[in-house]
Design a protein around this ligand. Structure first.
Ligand SMILES: CC(=O)N[C@H]1[C@@H](OP(=O)(O)OP(=O)(O)OC[C@H]2O[C@@H](n3ccc(=O)[nH]c3=O)[C@H](O)[C@@H]2O)O[C@H](CO)[C@@H](O)[C@@H]1O[C@H](C)C(=O)N[C@@H](C)C(=O)N[C@H](CCC(=O)O)C(=O)O
Ligand SMILES: Nc1ncnc2c1ncn2[C@@H]1O[C@H](COP(=O)(O)OP(=O)(O)OP(=O)(O)O)[C@@H](O)[C@H]1O
Length: 552
């Protein structure tokens, strides 16, 4: 693989084999999709790319000027002419805003812009050629576990000798080469250009995180996954979705025949069951697979399984992880293990294994690679990432109530005098209702609660901390476990404090920021890597840390 050719970001990289399109053919495609479009000006330049952001327009692009929450994309259309745009696709209001355009630039008007931009991107970039079954494309959605599960799928597919791609929160990787990106799920023009680029470079399997934002903003329209998986649904992102029901509806949109050939749904609670029922209705029962994982714990009595459903059994603690088996209703059995800590990683690993099994790979080959302990133990940066053994110190990305609870449960010290110490905060300008709830959970599952800043963004940090602290103190008053609740900023000092009070038998969890290396405070990115801070603070206290984090 030629790494030099990947220089650029998900926002700028384009496949090379792109046929040109005329404005007329884009109009025809919109009509084929069942929407209306009208040509204001045919223009004279061929369309070879697509962009939804004026700042990313490249020569030959059709610029899709959308109305947004803050601006109308049409306000930036004139700038795209200078960047070499061939045409502009906008709505009637956008067409008015744009004003005069040079004759060579096409202008197409349609009122359903978000609905058409994905399929148009798919066509322009030919991202999923018809009858091409040589590419396995996996999608994972759910509140928590998307990144971890996609890393696990990626690792399995690599073990099966595929050249793989990964698209998600931490990074986009194509054939081992990282491509910088801004979003968990990039905008649809980027998704389609990346998929096409991956095909061009000989990649045969990709795993992708699909956020609820992506489904709401139609970033994966025009993509059809071989297998789509669901992890779980718990409180998060209510600032966008308003209610859990509407959050559920956003996620359910992935499990439709247009978007996925097959679905694997973790069915551990009422949301999982509803998701599987909804998928049954949309995709037909034979294409929907239920996976019963009992939240990552062994079933004493395995549930009654339909022929194509799976269940987790025989979970046994092994090192910091677990050995386990997944069994299908028809008797197929896969025994495997993961060394990533926590019950939820057993669920994630089971989901990854079953999604790959359901993608049509050879089950004997799969069974063989799953026997290797490393297959389901990829390094997932900032997810339950161990920094030191004594005391146990982990950096984790838990930034919502369920993840925090389950991360804290997973680090319960083995020794009677061991305590759980948690350092965390809440993000500014996001779901405010989470703040006291996370404080409450911390006080219930930790002995020492240290509230600090997460990414305040443009919100004042002190009131965010106070809201979290109030939740912890209220729980404490009701007899929760926490002996102490502290409110300390900045985050590095909170981590230092945790290290300074930690005894050898304690567990420290620094939660919320995971792999992130910059903290957004009032629009300024301050350098901050929890893993480095934890290592530094523990080293100062005379504790040893894992080799990757030893200071020179
Ligand atoms: C809340 C949210 O998701 N907003 C998305 C939305 O923005 P918006 O409606 O406010 O757009 P706007 O700023 O009014 O601009 C309108 C249009 O003008 C364009 N524009 C704007 C300025 C300019 O100079 N030139 C230009 O072309 C914009 O690209 C946009 O198309 O539409 C834009 C274009 O489609 C998205 O880029 C933008 O995502 C922003 C960047 C974002 O940060 N989204 C986050 C919250 C997100 O999607 N996160 C999820 C993960 C969540 C999780 O699981 O934690 C993700 O998948 O990453
Ligand atoms: N299956 C799970 N159930 C509950 N919590 C989980 C699960 N898997 C991971 N977590 C917790 O959620 C955090 C985020 O995990 P991960 O990054 O894999 O999920 P994600 O869905 O990609 O999250 P995000 O969309 O916020 O990036 C982890 O650090 C861990 O605390």
């Amino acid at each position: 693989m030629d790494t030099a050719e990947f220089e650029g970001s998900a926002q700028t990289l384009r496949p090379s084999n792109v046929a040109g399109y005329e404005v007329e053919s884009v109009k025809n495609l919109i009509e084929e999709l069942g929407y209306q479009a009208r040509i204001e000006s045919a223009g004279s330049s061929s369309i070879t790319g697509l962009s939804m952001d004026s700042r990313e327009v490249q020569s030959g692009d059709i610029y899709v000027a959308l109305p947004g929450a803050r601006a109308h994309g049409a306000e930036f259309a004139q700038a795209t002419v200078k960047s070499g745009a061939s045409a502009i696709l906008t709505d009637a209001r956008g067409a008015e805003l744009i004003g005069e355009l040079p004759e060579s630039i096409g202008l197409l008007v349609c009122e359903d812009l978000r609905a058409v931009v994905g399929p148009i991107s798919a066509r322009i970039y030919n991202s999923q050629p018809e009858n091409a079954d040589d590419f396995s494309l996996f999608a994972v959605t759910g509140t928590n576990g998307k990144t971890t599960t996609t890393y696990m799928i990626n690792s399995i597919m690599q073990s099966l000798e595929h050249t793989t791609g990964l698209i998600g929160t931490i990074e986009i990787v194509a054939g081992g080469v990282a491509i910088p990106s801004k979003l968990t799920t990039p905008e649809s023009p980027h998704v389609h250009s990346l998929l096409s680029l991956m095909r061009e470079r000989g990649i045969t399997s990709a795993a992708m995180e699909v956020s609820s934002h992506a489904l709401d903003y139609r970033r994966v329209d025009g993509v059809r996954y071989s297998v789509a998986g669901f992890t779980n649904l718990t409180q998060d992102h209510l600032d966008l979705h308003g209610t859990m029901d509407s959050y559920f509806a956003s996620k359910a949109a992935l499990f439709t025949p247009e978007r996925a050939a097959r679905a694997v749904i973790l069915t551990d609670d009422a949301w999982g069951t509803s998701m599987a029922d909804s998928a049954d209705q949309a995709m037909g029962q034979s294409n929907v697979v239920r996976l019963y994982s009992n939240m990552g714990k062994s079933y004493d009595v395995a549930p009654q399984l339909a022929e194509n459903d799976w269940a987790l059994t025989d979970v046994k603690r092994s090192g910091i992880g677990h050995d386990f088996t997944v069994v299908r209703g028809d008797g197929v059995t896969l025994r495997t293990s993961t060394q990533l800590p926590a019950d939820f990683n057993v669920s994630n690993a089971a989901l990854a294994a079953v999604m790959v099994a359901e993608s049509g790979v050879d089950l004997e080959a799969l069974s063989a690679v799953l026997k290797r302990p490393e297959t389901l133990t990829p390094l997932v940066p900032g997810r339950m990432q161990l920094i030191a053994h004594t005391p146990t110190a982990l950096v984790d990305f838990a930034h919502n109530p369920d993840a925090l609870k389950r991360a804290l449960e997973a680090v319960e010290p083995a020794e009677a005098d061991g305590r759980v110490i948690v350092v965390f905060g809440a993000t500014g300008e996001r779901d405010q209702t989470k703040r006291p709830i996370m404080g409450d959970i911390a006080a219930q599952y930790a002995d020492i609660v240290i509230v600090t800043d997460d990414d305040p963004h443009n919100e004042a940090p002190a009131p965010i901390r106070e809201a979290v602290e109030a939740g912890a103190r209220a729980a404490q008053e009701q007899g929760a476990r926490a002996q102490e609740v502290h409110n300390i900023e900045p985050r590095s000092r909170a981590i230092e404090f945790a290290a300074s009070i930690a005894g050898e038998h304690d567990s420290i969890v620094v939660a919320g920021r995971g792999h992130e290396t910059a903290q957004d405070v009032a629009g300024e990115d301050l350098e901050l890597d929890d893993r480095v801070e934890v290592a530094r603070a523990l080293t100062q206290q005379g504790y040893d840390v894992l080799p990757d984090y030893r200071l020179d």
